[in-house]
Write a protein that binds this ligand. Structure first.
Ligand SMILES: [Zn+2]
Length: 83
């Protein structure tokens, strides 16, 4: 690990989401240029984020709602057996 790795790791999500100050972003950008380990780690995080984002766009299957509804009803019966 070279110096700056801890910064790069700490701010990886803010960096991807573009929530960092210009100075901090520049520092991390500079670090990524010189550190293969962090470049790999960042590439992995970006891919992961894209996967999650595309997974969120697909509609959950209808069966899932049926299962959830059944579970909620079961829970109600268990909590309130007199009704
Ligand atoms: Zn690094």
């Amino acid at each position: 690990m070279t110096s700056g790795c801890s910064d790069a790791v700490e701010y990886v999500y803010q960096y991807i989401d573009d929530e960092l100050t210009v100075t901090r972003k520049a520092r991390i950008k500079w670090h990524l240029k010189h550190c293969g380990n962090c470049t790999d780690a960042f590439a992995f995080e970006v891919q992961l984020k894209e996967k999650i984002a595309s997974a969120g766009k697909t509609e959950p299957p209808a069966e899932l709602f049926d299962t959830l509804r059944a579970l909620i009803q079961q829970e109600r019966i268990q909590q309130d057996p007199d009704r």
